[in-house]
Design a protein around this ligand. Structure first.
Ligand code: PLP
Length: 376
């Protein structure tokens, strides 16, 4: 099998698994318990928080553990609604993950919130000016993702944060696709909230992070036993947290070497794809190195992805969390890609484990599959 769907999820590193196993089988205490097993678990959890804070360039107290980035996004947005006063509007980009779009849609149906979606421009990049022009006295929150998961495009999220720094609005950046791909520092811009998910960087599923800048108004998301400084109750998933910290440390540490190597693999794919008549939807000059979104005229993305799957290659037609929905198509069209090209799109996303041999075999399989489908 050749796995090229790493923006959906990644293989958990052996080093990460080994570390996690210890906290399942030996140091399995509840981190909120007073006995020695609990104290060991709590100590390790706080070490993990410090490690993550160091890697994200923030304070440990600014890191909250959640079950996923989707939860973290829900928390950031729903908490901010509480502090909106008379203001009603949230400004988002048209290429946000469904965790953002469906949350603001739900709020617009239930809580009198309105939202304004700013369309991405050419190449799937959102304009800071367009986002800012929608921010008015009625606006209490702005959301712009750091890196788009479908196209891989890097958004001007730092620039937007700087421009919003002295505006009285909450600013959320969904930074899920940054770790191990581009550097992320909580200090480079004025983020109130940033979200992360361990399974996107060779960590476990079910472990996420909400960064909340000190001083930002926030409400508890889950009430109960008062864990996570009273903000997110529920016994913490210590093995998941330990695994997430380990995976983040490895991913950030390897970024400098891994990214150029993966970039070369992407370059290796680009020409054969063009030679086959393929269209490259990703702006290769402004995207994370592991991602290339492509279309072949007159071939549906789902048909191509299924045919590749039958030949042992895993690629995506859409964001995995919303597979078989129209999300990817809608997103690509909102980024100026025409309807037919968008309906033919597949996303190839590599990882540091992707090899030259796999890329060459993939190109061979793709050529055969595309030729067969073009005849059909
Ligand atoms: N945001 C982006 C950009 C993503 O790619 C994803 C996952 O596909 C999410 C949010 C949701 O992450 P999680 O799976 O942790 O809920």
């Amino acid at each position: 099998m050749i796995y090229l769907d790493n923006n959906a999820t990644t293989l958990v590193e052996k080093r990460v698994l080994d570390k996690m196993n210890l906290y399942h089988s030996e140091h399995y205490g509840n981190p909120n318990a007073v006995h020695s097993l609990g104290i060991t678990a709590a100590r390790t959890m706080e070490e993990s928080r410090r490690k993550i804070a160091g890697l994200l360039d923030c304070l440990p107290a600014e890191i909250y553990f959640t079950s996923s980035a989707t939860e973290a996004i829900n928390w950031a947005i729903r908490s901010s609604v509480h502090f909106r006063g008379n203001r009603r509007k949230i400004v988002i980009s048209s290429i946000e993950h469904k965790a953002v779009t469906n949350t603001v849609k739900d709020l617009s149906n239930t809580s009198g919130i309105s939202y304004k979606e700013i369309r991405a421009g050419k190449g799937g990049i959102v304009s800071v000016e367009d986002m800012l022009s929608a921010v008015d006295d009625d606006t209490f929150m702005v959301c712009l993702m750091a890196v788009n998961n479908v196209l891989g495009t890097i958004q001007p999220y730092e620039e937007l944060g700087k421009a919003l720094a002295d505006r009285d609005v909450f600013y959320l950046t969904d930074a899920v696709q940054t770790i191990g791909k581009i550097p992320f520092s909580a200090r480079t811009s004025a983020y109130d909230f940033a979200t992360f998910s361990a399974h996107k960087f060779h960590g476990p599923k079910g472990a996420g992070i909400l960064y909340i800048k000190s001083g930002t108004k926030r409400r508890p998301f889950i009430t109960g036993g008062g864990q996570e400084s009273g903000m997110r109750s529920g016994t913490q998933d210590v093995p998941g947290i330990v695994g997430m910290a380990e995976a983040m440390e490895i991913a950030v540490g390897e970024l400098k070497n891994a990214v150029p190597r993966i970039g070369k693999l992407r370059e290796r794919m680009a020409n054969p794809i063009r030679d086959l008549g393929g269209v490259i939807n990703t702006d290769l000059g402004n995207s994370i190195a592991n991602t290339i979104n492509i279309s072949f005229p007159k071939i549906k993305g789902e048909v191509l992805a299924n045919a590749l799957s039958e030949s042992g290659v895993c690629v995506a037609t859409s964001s995995a969390c919303s597979a078989r929905s129209e999300n990817s198509q809608r997103l690509l069209e909102s980024a100026g890609i025409d309807h037919d090209t968008a309906s033919g799109a597949i996303r190839i996303s590599m990882s540091k484990f992707t090899t030259v041999e796999e890329v060459e075999t993939f190109i061979e399989i793709l050529s055969n599959v595309v030729r067969v489908l073009q005849i059909c």
